[in-house]
Design a protein around this ligand. Structure first.
Ligand SMILES: Cc1cc2nc3c(=O)[nH]c(=O)nc-3n(C[C@H](O)[C@H](O)[C@H](O)COP(=O)(O)O)c2cc1C
Length: 347
C-alpha cells in the first residue's frame, strides 16, 4: 500500500482549505513532518527459520477481538473529505473487523455511525460547559460506544498557520459537531476546559460506566499517573503534531512508556506518522497493542481517483491493503502472530 500516493490523489480532489486543515501541524509543523521519518529510522532484526506458513494479524484490545491491529484515530470534519464522512469510515471499519474512535467533533451522528455495526469508542473533549459534555457522553453511551478516550493534550487548541480561510469557515455548520447540542449557548461554552485533571478519568468512568483511555501521553511519568488514576489504556500521541510543536515523535516516546507500563495490564496504543506496514510492525514490537491512523483515513475517504474510489471503498482498501502488508512483513520478520512481536525485533 502506497499511502503517499493516496495522499497525492486526495490532495488533488480536495478544496485547498480542507487539504490545508487535514495536513497542517501546529506552528512550524516540525513534529508533523518528523513523524513518518522517525518510524523509518528504526531498524528491524528479523528472525529466521520460523514456520510462517500461517500468519495471523488478529488482535485483542480491551477484550474486543479485531482482525487487524490497524485502527482509525478520531479526526474531525470527515464529511469535508467525503459526503458520508464518519458513516463511510464506520462501514469500512466494520467490514474489515477493525475498530474506530469517533471524534467529539464528528459531523455524523453517533446513532448513524453505530447503525453500521462498527465497534467504536468515543473521543472526549471536556468543554467548559460540563453539562454539554455530559449530554454528549450519555448520547454516545446510549448509541453503543464501548470506551471513552479522553484527549489530554488539548487544554487549548494549538495555533495553526492558515494560508487561506480556516476550513471550519467554509464547511457547512451541519457537517460539524452534530452530537453537541450547543444551540443558544455562547461560543465560550464550547471551548476546551483548561483545568482537566486526573480526577476526570474517574469522573468519565463514573458517569458512563465505561473504561477510560487517555490519549496524548508522551512521558513515562504521565503514563504511570493516568494508569494510577484508573485509565485502562494509554494512547501515545502528539495529536499528529497539531498541539505543541517540537514535541517528541511517538516513535521515540513509545519504548519508554511501554516499558513503564509493562506487566501492569494497562494497554498501550500509538498513532502519528504511521504510513507503512513496517511502521506498524515496529510499533507493535515496541509494545503497542494497536496503532491508529489519522490523516491516511481522511485521504482514503477523499481519494476519488482511478485506483481508489474514496468513501467506504477507499477506507476499506486502505485498511485491507495495509493489513495484508502487515501479514507479509510479519512473515519476513519470523512472527506468526502479534504475540510474537517483541522489542528484540527492533534495534
Ligand atoms: C484533521 C485532523 C483532525 C483531528 N481531530 C481530532 C479530534 O477531533 N480529536 C482528537 O483527539 N484527535 C484529533 N486528531 C488527531 C488524531 O486523532 C491523531 O492523533 C493523529 O492524526 C495521528 O497522526 P497521523 O495523522 O499522522 O496518523 C486530528 C488529526 C487531524 C489530522
Amino acid at each position: 500500500m502506497r499511502v503517499d500516493e493516496l495522499e497525492e490523489i486526495a490532495l488533488r480532489c480536495l478544496p485547498p482549505e480542507v487539504s490545508e486543515y487535514f495536513n497542517q501541524g501546529a506552528f512550524a509543523g516540525l513534529t508533523t513532518s518528523a513523524a513518518p521519518g522517525a518510524w523509518d529510522r528504526l531498524r528491524l532484526r528479523p528472525r529466521v527459520l520460523r514456520d510462517v506458513s500461517c500468519v495471523s494479524t488478529a488482535a485483542t484490545v480491551l477484550g474486543h477481538e479485531v482482525a487487524t491491529p490497524i485502527m482509525v484515530a478520531p479526526t474531525a470534519l470527515q464529511r469535508a473529505a467525503h459526503p458520508e464522512g464518519e458513516v463511510a469510515t464506520a462501514r469500512a471499519v466494520a467490514a474489515t473487523s477493525s475498530l474506530m474512535c469517533v471524534s467529539s467533533n464528528s459531523g455524523s451522528t453517533f446513532e448513524d455511525i453505530a447503525a453500521t455495526g462498527v465497534q467504536w469508542w468515543l473521543q472526549v473533549y471536556i468543554r467548559r460547559d460540563r453539562g454539554l459534555t455530559l449530554a454528549m457522553l450519555q448520547r454516545a453511551r446510549a448509541a453503543g460506544a464501548s470506551a471513552m478516550v479522553l484527549t489530554a493534550d488539548t487544554p487549548v487548541v494549538g495555533y495553526k498557520r492558515n494560508a487561506g480561510q480556516p476550513a471550519t469557515d467554509v464547511i457547512p455548520a451541519e457537517h460539524q459537531r452534530v452530537n453537541l447540542d450547543a444551540i443558544g449557548l455562547p461560543q465560550s461554552a464550547l471551548e476546551h476546559a483548561a483545568d482537566v485533571g486526573p480526577d476526570d478519568i474517574g469522573w468519565l468512568h463514573e458517569v458512563t460506566g465505561l473504561p477510560v483511555i487517555v490519549k496524548g501521553v508522551l512521558r513515562e511519568d504521565d503514563a504511570r499517573m493516568v494508569a494510577a488514576a484508573g485509565a485502562v489504556a494509554v494512547w501515545v500521541s502528539n495529536h499528529g503534531g497539531r498541539q505543541l510543536d517540537q514535541s517528541i515523535t511517538t516513535a521515540e516516546a513509545l519504548p519508554a512508556i511501554a516499558s513503564a507500563l509493562s506487566g501492569t495490564g494497562t494497554e498501550v496504543y500509538v498513532d502519528g506518522g504511521i504510513r507503512k506496514a513496517e511502521h506498524v510492525l515496529a510499533a507493535l514490537s515496541l509494545g503497542a497493542k494497536a496503532v491508529f491512523l489519522g490523516r491516511p483515513v481522511l485521504w482514503a475517504l477523499a481519494a476519488g481517483g482511478d485506483v481508489h474510489q474514496g468513501g467506504r471503498a477507499g477506507v476499506a482498501h486502505l485498511l485491507t491493503e495495509l493489513t495484508g502488508d502487515l501479514a507479509h512483513v510479519m512473515a519476513l520478520a519470523g512472527a506468526r502472530n502479534v504475540a510474537e512481536l517483541s522489542p528484540d525485533l527492533v534495534g
